[in-house]
Design a protein. Structure first.
Length: 82
């Protein structure tokens, strides 16, 4: 299952993302899901640190496949086996 959470910038840095993501992981486990995939447009140190802290491992990198704000960006896939 692919996972995504977004936190309003006004509420970032308070641990809410980690709490929400942990709850999402637990729900996926109870539903019998096998793996969770996080897709992160780079650079995004905060999101990579969050995924790392929750046990995800970087599983792949796609170079210059995302286009945003007039430039090509890399996209990383992070995997958590449930």
């Amino acid at each position: 299952v692919e996972s995504t959470i977004y936190i309003d910038p006004a509420f970032q840095g308070r641990g809410l993302g980690k709490q929400l993501y942990a709850a999402l992981i637990e729900r996926a486990r109870t539903q019998g899901r096998r793996a969770m995939i996080g897709v992160i447009t780079l650079p995004n140190e905060g999101s990579e640190a969050l995924h790392r802290a929750l046990g995800f491992e970087r599983a792949g990198l796609f170079r210059e496949v995302g286009y945003k704000a007039g430039r090509w960006l890399d996209v990383a896939f992070w995997e958590l086996l449930l």
